[in-house]
Ligand binder design. Structure first.
Ligand SMILES: Nc1ncnc2c1ncn2[C@@H]1O[C@H](COP(=O)(O)OP(=O)(O)OP(=O)(O)O)[C@@H](O)[C@H]1O
Ligand SMILES: [Mg+2]
Length: 315
């Protein structure tokens, strides 16, 4: 029987994914800084909340409170669901402290898993985000260790937690050989790449490509997309069409396209690939979290546990 689908909430993408991610597996969103990974991840979590599915957001490169603020700039409120216990923002800094104190002794992926499992059970979470996964393993200098760690983490999540997980990553030294394919890409059930693409005329456009999606027929077409207030990521059209229109604009001497007619424009073809105008905007109100962060004694290694994050009460 086909797996149930977990909609991402991203306009246009769910149609391309035949309804969303196959349920209960892990998916990777890979891209360089600024390509929209955190936005995608927050949208995935928000879509779950909208559907009554609780979520866990492990924010690694930036403080969870900063992530929440950035997402507010898109018109979405993650504070209220966090305060209501429907969303857990996890602080991973105890792990990094532990690694520092332990002087290179690796934190067992099983410990991370056990902690995560506790948090998942606590709120009966259905969706998990790890944004991005790589710093969790960066202290490991041996490729084999990194590979083992990610394998344990991803397989452990898939086999035990019953959640649909989105991890983000970017290319780097943890990738295999000269290829930019990170080892994590082989282990997840699906990979979506995001990048910036330079158009004729010089302007850049965001582009998304479903590189792999087990159990799903994909069209192997790269799509251009925008980030739009209140809607988040919106898939527009095949990138080659965007490219052709940019080329036409250059050839006709019309600089308007290159000047930004693309973003949020009704002239684009988002509807043709299933733009869902019914995506509701968040109506959550501002509130705060009350869980305290872990305190640690001087000179004492902090316990390597994932800690629910407090958010400041004032916005
Ligand atoms: N309200 C908004 N409207 C339009 N675009 C926005 C809005 N907020 C953010 N963006 C765009 O999204 C980009 C950042 O997206 P995001 O933080 O999701 O990227 P990222 O891939 O997670 O980056 P990093 O790897 O640095 O964490 C910004 O550079 C900005 O151009
Ligand atoms: Mg980010």
């Amino acid at each position: 029987m086909a797996r149930e689908r977990v909609p991402t909430g991203i306009e246009g993408l769910d149609r391309l994914l035949q309804g969303g991610f196959p349920q209960g597996k892990s998916y990777l969103l890979a891209g360089l800084p600024g390509t929209g990974k955190t936005t995608f991840a927050a949208q995935f979590i928000q879509e779950g909340l909208k559907r009554g599915e609780n979520g866990i957001f492990i924010s690694i490169d930036e403080k969870p409170s900063h992530m929440v603020e950035d997402i507010e700039s898109l018109g979405w409120d993650l504070r209220t669901p966090a305060d209501e216990g429907r969303l857990t923002l996890l602080d991973v800094s105890p792990y990094f402290n532990w690694v520092r104190y332990a002087k290179g002794n690796a934190v067992d992926a099983n410990e991370v898993l056990q902690d995560l499992a506790k948090q998942v059970r606590r709120i009966n979470a259905k969706r998990v985000v790890i944004d991005p996964v790589v710093p969790l393993v960066l202290h490991r200098d041996r490729l084999y260790d990194v590979q083992e760690y990610i394998r344990k983490l991803i397989f452990g999540i898939d086999d035990n937690l019953g959640v649909t997980t989105l991890v983000t990553s970017h290319p780097g030294p943890w990738s295999f050989g000269s290829s930019e394919i990170g080892i994590e890409e082989y282990m997840v059930s699906g990979v979506i790449g995001v990048r910036l693409h330079k158009l004729p005329g010089g302007r850049h456009v965001r582009a998304m490509f479903i590189r792999k999606m087990r159990g799903t027929a994909t069209d192997l077409v790269e799509y251009s997309y925008d980030i739009v207030n209140g809607r988040g990521i919106v898939i527009r059209e095949p990138l080659y069409e965007t490219e052709a229109r940019a080329q036409e604009a250059v050839e006709s001497g019309n600089g308007a396209f290159a000047g930004g007619a693309f973003a949020g424009s009704a002239s684009t073809r988002e509807a043709s690939i299933g733009g869902d105008s019914s995506i509701a905007q968040s109506t959550w109100n501002s509130s705060s979290l009350s869980s305290p962060a872990a305190s640690t004694g001087v000179g004492t290694p902090p316990p390597p546990t994932l800690t629910p994050m407090s958010l400041p009460t004032d916005k």
